[in-house]
Design a protein around this ligand. Structure first.
Ligand code: ATP
Ligand code: MG
Length: 638
């Protein structure tokens, strides 16, 4: 049994959980009162499965709750400490954010944007990105942010799907010291579009751009805009944004989020999970193009009037010390990142983080993929210096905010590396079998959510039917996230990867996460992805892809050691038929391993939608690895 890390922050409010267990609706009703409403709701939850309306009859505005409410006490407080990739910095106060957001709200109005209209945003990680989002929210327009690494074709799909009249972009953005010409990408994406009326262009990199009659420069518009603009009083379920999922398992889905329920969920989870204090400096490394950026960069920290660091560029640019340099420079107290980033940092060795003063840190978090216990321990020891709790937060674009996480701001709970511990209060989670019955402890099954929760998506944009099929058809009145999980003897939840990634070898079901964790626990391994290929006898045999740490080469010995480790830790059944060493794995732009791609290549199937793929070169490498495997298998059998 692994060591249990008992380092809670000492907060312990047992009553809150009790209340949530006895009546989740009235529990969330209380939580919603933490926000500022223009008019109160008549009903906390209207549940017409599978459609939930939270705080029906109440009116609210996200931008009002993010900015207006702080002006009396915090107008001089830093909202964003922005670090440019090239070392520039900007300190933007709550007062400045407020006036910029009101001005841009007026800009949007002057371009004909009205309540309910969609606005597409394609901007790099600059403060103007949250400014535009909050300006949309202020006037009741629905924003749809597209990650600034996406191609023209992906933008075209999304702009067409959301029917945006206005696009806000920049001339360019910096990535690894180079300029990515964003405006050119937009020009290409909308060249045949009939309904895009205006493109607003922020000058960030000052590269040459061509301007058409649709194009307006940010500064020209802002210089003429008034900074008076009251926040629109919107219904609680007014659509705040559409955001497309990362596309790890298939074509991205247009998730639609509302306002009052979503903000309630964020306000509470930010407080419970991050134990946020007025003096904290929060830093979430997620790009705003993903849900983590929407929820825990843009909305949640602002609801709490928190100070945060926002970084423009690549985490390892100009070198592997960049993150630690930022943590030291801004005296960051709470750091929230992803397992994929941590595995990368780990690959560079301990000396780099060890040479920085990280003593300001008090709390660490992770999100996006299962975190391998080995990586968790490294994070705990090398970054947290054995004094910071780590919150492993499980959630999805669809859930809006965290559903499973340790909550140091609420209660003390001993931590186990690799487990998200339990569901947050007010959320009812189970692990069930194919029939929907709870599985016994320590048995793998499907994660489900048995009640609606306030951050829950309203629907999939323009496709209620798909919403019903994807999330609500496997089990009656139960939300199906598509993840595989287990609850241990102590009631701790372990996320074991995507349900459709499960390997079935000789009648055994083996979770990809479990197997990959075992491989990554070898000290020379940085990353790993496993998948199955069909086998006449066993159903499936396992193939493992392994990326080694820097400076490690002797693969012959490693192959043996890794196989042995798997045999010892999991069992002979899980031993890979072949281990293949590659320099990178195919990942989504949000940094997740795209196992469906490995599977498709292995099964000689069409690769499907790869608009969210990070680096095509990884696919080529994997493809040739498979070809080699196939050849050697044929040779052996022939
Ligand atoms: P798509 O739905 O298009 O395939 P995606 O699921 O990768 O994309 P997101 O909504 O960004 O898009 O990711 C949510 C998923 O990420 C979860 O369903 C889960 O598989 C994984 N995940 C997130 N956080 C954790 C965590 N802490 N532990 C394990 N898995 C996690
Ligand atoms: Mg998903």
């Amino acid at each position: 049994m692994d060591k249990i890390y008992d380092i809670g922050l000492g907060n312990n409010d047992v009553n809150l959980r009790k209340k949530a267990e006895s009546d989740f609706v009235s529990f969330w009703d209380d939580q919603a009162k933490n926000l500022s409403w223009f008019s109160p709701w008549e009903k906390a939850l209207d549940w017409q499965p599978p459609f939930a309306k939270w705080f029906v009859g109440g009116t609210i505005n996200a931008s009002y709750n993010a900015l207006d409410i702080h002006q009396k006490t915090k107008s001089e407080k830093s909202a964003i400490l922005w670090e440019g990739e090239n070392g520039e910095s900007r300190n933007i106060t709550y007062g400045e954010m407020f006036s910029q957001v009101k001005k841009f709200s007026n800009v949007l109005k002057s371009l004909g944007v009205k309540k309910g209209d969609r606005v597409t945003i394609y901007l790099p990680m600059v403060p103007e990105l949250p400014i535009v989002m909050m300006a949309c929210a202020r006037i009741g327009a629905t924003h749809t942010v597209i990650f600034s690494g996406f191609s023209a074709a992906s933008i075209k799909d999304r702009v067409t799907d959301s029917k945006s009249k206005v696009i806000v972009t920049a001339d360019g953005g910096y990535r690894r010291g180079k300029i990515v010409k964003l405006k050119d990408v937009i020009d290409e994406a909308i060249k045949d579009s009939e309904f895009v009326e205006h493109v607003v262009v922020l000058e960030r990199t000052k590269n040459e751009i061509s301007l058409s009659s649709k194009d307006k420069l940010w500064n020209d518009l802002m210089n003429n805009a008034s900074d008076q603009c009251d926040a629109e009083k919107l219904d609680s379920d007014h659509p705040l944004y559409i955001l497309y999922t990362s596309g790890t398992t298939g074509k991205p889905k247009g998730v639609l989020h509302g306002t009052g329920g979503y903000l309630t969920h964020l306000y509470s989870t930010f407080k419970w999970a991050f134990d946020i204090k007025d003096s904290d400096v929060f830093f979430c490394t997620a790009d705003i193009g993903w849900v983590t950026g929407h929820s825990y960069v843009v909305y949640a920290p602002f609801l709490h009037g928190a100070t945060q660091v926002m970084y423009e560029g690549a985490p390892d640019f100009p070198d592997a010390s960049r993150m630690w340099d930022i943590l030291q420079k801004y005296r960051v107290t709470i750091f929230y990142t992803t397992p994929t980033a941590l595995r990368m940092f780990m690959k560079f060795g301990d000396d780099i983080p060890n040479s920085f003063d990280l003593s300001s840190l008090r709390l660490l978090g992770t999100v996006g993929e299962p975190i391998n216990p080995e990586v968790w321990k490294w994070y705990f020891k090398i970054i947290g210096r054995e004094k910071c709790p780590i919150i492993d937060t499980w959630w999805q674009t669809e859930t809006g905010g965290m559903l499973i996480s340790p909550l140091p701001g609420l209660e003390t709970i001993p931590l186990k590396p690799g487990s998200g511990t339990r569901a947050i209060p007010g959320v009812n989670i189970s692990v069930v079998d194919e029939n929907g019955d709870d599985v016994p402890d320590n048995t793998k099954g499907y994660l489900v959510v048995k009640n609606p929760w306030p951050g829950m998506l309203l629907t999939l944009w323009g496709d209620d039917e798909k919403y019903k099929t994807v999330y609500w058809s496997k089990y009656e009145n139960c939300y199906y996230p598509g993840d595989y999980a287990l609850r241990d003897d102590d009631g701790y939840l372990w996320l074991l990867g995507r349900a459709d990634d499960v390997l079935k070898v000789a009648g055994h079901r083996i979770g990809t996460a479990e197997l990959e964790s075992c491989i990554v626990s070898h000290h020379d391994v940085a990353e790993s992805a496993v998948c199955g290929i069909p086998d006449e006898v066993k159903g499936e045999v396992i193939i493992a892809f392994v990326v080694l740490k820097q400076g490690v080469f002797d693969t012959k010995i490693l192959e043996k050691e890794i196989s042995e480790k798997i045999r010892n830790d999991i069992g002979a059944i899980a031993t890979p038929k072949q281990i293949y060493f590659v320099s990178k794995l195919p990942k989504t732009r949000s940094g997740k391993i795209m196992r469906r791609l490995l599977k498709a290549i292995a099964n000689n199937e069409k690769i499907g939608d790869v608009s969210t793929l990070e680096d095509g070169a990884a696919v080529t490498e994997v493809q040739s690895a498979f070809d080699d495997i196939q050849k050697s298998l044929k040779k052996n059998s022939g």
